[in-house]
Write a protein that binds this ligand. Structure first.
Ligand SMILES: [Zn+2]
Length: 395
C-alpha cells in the first residue's frame, strides 16, 4: 500500500460521517471496510447505523423496509480520521516564522476574529475526513472550549473538538528572550506555572473551565526554559485524579525524561528523542505524536521560504525519519498529529493529511498510518472503541 492507494482511500471516506447526523436508521453497503483495530481491509461489509451510533457490522444484515440503504459497494469506508495535534485558533502566513507568527496572532487578531477564522478551518477538517481533532493550545483564554461547545450545539459545522485550553508552561511561554517588562504577553496564551502547588491549582482551574485534556510544554522550545520534574509530576497526578490525559510538548532529553518519569500519557514532537528513550516509551506504553509536517512536502516549502537550506531540511528529515522508523520497529505506540498552523493555501484538513507523506517516508505502511489516525488516536485520547473504529457501540 503506497501513496496512490492512500489518496484514493481518503477521497472516498466522507459518506459515512454524513449519514450519522439524524435519528434515522441506515444500512451502508461497503465494498471494503477498514478494520482499524487489526489494521486490515475487509471486503463486502454492511454497517447498520442508528442516529449517531453504529449498531452492527457484518456480511449480511437483515433490515426492515424503513431502513435507508446507502450503496457504497464500489467504495471503501473508513472510520472518521483523528488529528491529535491541532491549533485551530492560530494561523501564520507562509512567510512568518514561529515567533513572528505567534506575536502577529496575539497583537493584531482579537478573540472574535480568531474564532471566526476557525469556522472555515473546522469545516475543512470535516470535509477532509477528520471527525475529531485534539486542539493543543495557542487558543487565547479557552477559545477552544467555546468552539467545542459551538460545534456540539450545532452552531457551526466541524469535527468533535477535544480541548486542552492554554498550554501549561514555564516562564516565557514559547517566546524566546522576551523582556521582563513584557512578561504579561506569554500569559495571554499560556498558563505560566510557578510551582508544584500552582501546577495543581492550574489543572483544577482548567477542568473547571471545561477542558477535556491537559497540554504542557515540558520544555518550551524554541524558548530555553522548562517545567521542573516536580511541576510536571504535580500536573500529571492532579489530571489523572480527574481522569484527564496529559501530553507534553517535549523535544529535549531532559524534559522527555522528566515527562516520562512523571507518568505523561503522550510526547508530542519528540524531535530530539534518543533510541533509549523510545524504548522506555515502548515499555511504559506512552504515545508518541510525531508532528512531522516539517519534512512533509508542504512543510519543506514553508521552511524554504523562511530561509532553510536544502542541507538543513535533509538533516532534519534524516533525524526525524530515524526516530519514527525506530519507534515503529520497537513497538512505540503512535497517534497521528499534524501540527498545522501555517496557511499553506490549501484547506487546513488537506494540509494535515499531507503529513501522512512524512510517515510513509519514514517507513510506516498506509494501513499503519490509518491506524495511527483512527484506532490509536482514539485510544490515546481516552475514546477507545468509541471513536476511530467501525464496530457496534462506536460513534
Ligand atoms: Zn503544536
Amino acid at each position: 500500500m503506497k501513496k496512490t492507494n492512500i489518496s484514493i482511500l481518503l477521497s472516498l471516506l466522507f459518506s459515512f460521517m454524513l449519514v450519522a447526523q439524524s435519528n434515522n436508521t441506515y444500512l451502508i453497503k461497503a465494498g471494503k471496510v477498514f478494520n482499524s483495530e487489526k489494521g486490515v481491509f475487509v471486503k463486502n461489509q454492511q454497517i447498520l447505523v442508528q442516529g449517531k451510533i453504529i449498531k452492527k457490522i457484518g456480511a449480511n444484515i437483515k433490515v426492515d423496509k424503513r431502513t435507508k440503504i446507502i450503496d457504497l459497494s464500489g467504495y471503501t469506508v473508513l472510520p472518521g480520521l483523528i488529528d491529535s495535534h491541532t491549533h485551530i485558533l492560530e494561523q501564520f502566513a507562509m512567510n512568518k516564522n514561529n515567533t513572528a507568527g505567534t506575536l502577529e496572532n496575539i497583537f493584531t487578531k482579537d478573540d472574535a476574529y480568531r474564532a471566526l477564522r476557525s469556522v472555515g478551518l473546522l469545516k475543512s477538517y470535516l470535509t477532509s475526513g477528520f471527525t475529531t481533532i485534539k486542539d493543543v493550545g495557542n487558543s487565547g483564554k479557552f477559545l477552544d472550549v467555546s468552539l467545542k461547545r459551538a460545534v456540539k450545539d450545532g452552531l457551526i459545522k466541524g469535527p468533535r473538538i477535544i480541548a486542552a485550553g492554554p498550554i501549561m508552561s514555564s516562564v516565557g511561554g514559547q517566546f524566546p528572550g522576551i523582556l521582563s517588562e513584557y512578561d504579561f504577553i506569554p500569559a495571554t496564551e499560556y498558563r505560566i506555572i510557578k510551582s508544584p502547588d500552582d501546577a495543581r491549582f492550574a489543572v483544577r482551574e482548567h477542568i473547571n473551565y471545561g477542558v477535556d485534556v491537559i497540554k504542557i510544554c515540558a520544555d518550551n522550545s524554541p524558548n530555553n526554559t522548562a517545567l521542573t520534574y516536580d511541576e510536571i509530576k504535580a500536573i500529571v497526578e492532579t489530571a489523572h485524579r480527574f481522569n484527564k490525559k496529559v501530553s507534553a510538548h517535549a523535544t529535549k532529553t531532559l524534559s522527555i525524561t522528566d515527562a516520562l518519569n512523571a507518568g505523561i500519557d503522550g510526547i508530542d514532537h519528540g524531535y530530539g528523542i534518543s533510541d533509549e528513550l523510545l524504548k522506555v516509551m515502548a515499555q511504559k506504553g506512552t504515545y508518541l505524536i510525531p508532528t512531522d509536517y516539517h519534512v512533509a512536502p508542504i512543510g519543506i516549502k514553508y521552511h524554504a521560504l523562511n530561509g532553510w537550506t536544502k542541507q538543513r531540511t535533509n538533516k532534519l528529515k534524516k533525524k526525524l525519519n530515524h526516530r519514527l522508523n525506530f519507534a515503529i520497529n520497537n513497538n512505540v505506540k503512535i497517534a497521528f498529529g499534524a501540527d498545522i498552523y501555517v496557511d499553506f493555501k490549501v484547506p487546513r484538513g488537506d494540509a494535515a493529511k499531507n503529513v501522512f507523506n512524512a510517515y510513509l517516508d519514514a517507513g510506516a505502511s498506509a494501513n499503519q498510518i490509518l491506524q495511527y489516525a483512527t484506532y490509536n488516536a482514539a485510544d490515546f485520547l481516552g475514546y477507545k472503541n468509541k471513536l476511530g473504529i467501525i464496530k457496534s457501540g462506536a460513534t
